[in-house]
Write a protein that binds this ligand. Structure first.
Ligand code: ATP
Length: 373
């Protein structure tokens, strides 16, 4: 087992032959990342942001344009994939159809000429771990999606790789099976403690599985941190709106100064929210920025509430929580409540915001505006 270091990694595809010119042809741009030994790191971002390209460069399946890749302290830039000592579990879990599960799991070791007894010992050791021990005689066509995926991961880890790379391994599974497999992967990774890089576009998957998450957009790393860090302390507007479901409310605001107290105000709305004192050193009367607040930090006030009266625009009952939308200018501000009451469109509520939980973002760049110490 080893850690992984990416140093100023770049990938530029040559699109010169393409009829349609692609403007930003950097699939990955100046990516720096250090995954500690035994850490589970998720690469997270929207479709086309460069996750798979990064994983394929680590695996040696894609040439790198510039930069360095270290597995442990070995520079692997020029190493063939088979010499990098990695285990791969990709989305496409193609198996050898004429071989049963045992044959599929054992395939690589047989190809390498590992003695039969050792192969058998390893397959029998890994099978219960992946809960495929009762499937070893089955043919691939007889397996469910979840079972195929477990076999796929077993094939990757049986080689005792230094680094395990997984690309959207759960994408073929639907809701319940996906959740069950997520728990499985967590259990497995806790057991084998192999440094793992896991590609996903699903923030829930990343949040629940990973020790650290690298959030990427347009090939550029936006933030690298623990799930708590990226959720509570987002580096910019992109991260703030990508992590969390429903996403953070982000509204353009003009800050005003009323008798020495600063308030966020919003166009075409009566809503005013006090600016936390910690931001007083970075704001001024008339200051324009964006304010972010998570739906669970927007509350319905009681009868004596000092909050603003707002009309409910949308109401969704999701069983154990209810989502309410309130128009603030032309933006729908969402709040989540566990309040049992069934509201309807047009009902008026007192809206309160946990002002300490508000974030400020630069109106142009989307970067976080942080308080000065
Ligand atoms: P997804 O979640 O949809 O798989 P991704 O984040 O994994 O997306 P990549 O597949 O790494 O993204 O693609 C990153 C960018 O590189 C995209 O703009 C894609 O169109 C481009 N790209 C990927 N492979 C090639 C290729 N072989 N030739 C040219 N451009 C490519």
């Amino acid at each position: 087992m080893a850690g992984l270091t990416l140093n100023h990694l770049y990938k530029r595809y040559d699109n010169s032959g393409k009829k349609k010119k692609i403007k930003n042809d950097f699939a990955v741009k100046d990516l720096n990342l250090v995954c500690e030994q035994g850490e589970f790191v998720a690469l997270l971002g929207p479709s086309g942001c460069g996750k798979t390209t990064t994983l394929r460069m680590i695996a040696g399946l894609e040439e790198i344009t510039d930069g360095e890749i270290f597995i442990g302290d070995r520079l692997v830039n020029k190493l063939h994939p088979k010499d990098r000592n990695i285990g791969l579990a990709f989305e496409d879990y193609a198996m050898y159809p004429p071989l049963n599960v045992y044959g599929n799991v054992a395939f690589n070791m047989r190809a390498k000429g590992v003695p039969k007894e050792e192969i058998d010992r390893k397959v029998r050791e890994i099978a219960p771990l992946m809960q495929i021990d009762d499937l070893l005689d089955k043919m691939p066509v007889k397996l469910s999606g979840g079972q195929k995926q477990r076999v796929n991961i077993a094939r990757a880890i049986i080689r005792e790789p230094e680094l395990l790379l997984m690309d959207e391994p759960l994408s073929h599974l639907d809701g319940k099976a996906r959740q069950a497999m997520r728990t499985e992967i967590k259990r497995l990774i806790n057991k084998i403690k192999c440094t793992t890089v896991y590609v996903t576009h699903d923030q829930l998957e990343a949040m629940s599985l990973a020790d650290k998450i690298a959030i990427i957009n347009f090939g550029v790393l936006q933030q690298f941190g623990t799930p708590t860090e990226v959720y509570d302390d987002p580096a910019n507007e992109f991260v703030a709106s990508f992590i969390g479901e429903p996403p953070m409310n982000i509204l353009e605001t003009t800050i005003i100064n009323k008798d020495g107290t600063f308030f966020f105000t919003f166009e075409d709305s009566n809503l005013q929210i006090a600016v936390p004192k910690r931001y007083y050193s970075v704001v001024s009367d008339g200051f324009r920025c964006k304010m972010g607040v998570r739906p669970m930090d927007v509350l319905i006030g009681g009868p004596d509430s000092q909050g603003t009266s707002e009309e409910i625009a949308t109401f969704e009952n999701l069983g154990d929580e209810r989502r309410i939308g309130v128009r603030v200018g032309d933006v729908l501000m969402m709040l989540i409540t566990e309040d049992e009451k069934r509201y309807k469109r047009g009902d008026v509520i007192k809206l309160e915001v946990r002002e300490e939980k508000t974030h400020l973002f630069d109106i142009e760049t989307g970067d976080r505006i942080r308080e000065k110490n």
